[in-house]
Design a protein around this ligand. Sequence first.
Ligand code: G3P
Length: 219
Amino acid sequence: MKFFIDTASIQEIKKAASWGILDGVTTNPSLVAKEGRNFHEALKEICSVVAGPVSAEVVSTTTEEMVKEGRELSRIAKNIIVKIPCIAAGIPAIKMLSAEGIAINTTLIFSPNQALIAAKAGAAFVSPFVGRLDDISTEGMDLVRRIRTIFDNYDFPTQILAASIRNPVHVVEAAMAGADAATMPFAVIESLLKHPLTDAGLKKFLEDWQKLPQASRRG
Ligand code: G3P
């Protein structure tokens, strides 16, 4: 499963990239606004740090404007993926931009039919929002499972990018559900390796090692 970081913070992206397991970045207007930087400059910098896909979202809501904005965003760097919301005006934009060779991530996916339509329009990725469904007392991961079944039934090449991931359990479940990728906030990526038994076990190993006479510790 590919690991994407869900942030527009260049510090967080650099730190996660330095661990060597980062496959891409997703941003959205809320995350970009949080950083308070020029959108295109920030994207250019992010694309210079990460070689994999970097999702940049359009903020227009008509087909024509989305296509125009998508083309502009795609010119920032080769690895830009244009994020388009799953609304009626977005579908022809996905179709047109995909036909031009611009990879699309369809965002704000909350139902299997939305994912099916985005895949039919040629989207490279669909982003089901797991956490936001959980927030309204709906099993968010069921959506990922249902999309997986649909895409496998019809051999859609569209990748499932589990989004709105809030905790390490979401990551395990997304992997078990067969998501192609998961996008996570920095804190979630950081927490994936943590286990108290690992820390306690290592502490004990190192304490026991100290009990071995100095001369016996090296070859
Ligand atoms: O980037 C989209 C998505 O991951 C948002 O997550 O936590 O705001 O629902 P969240």
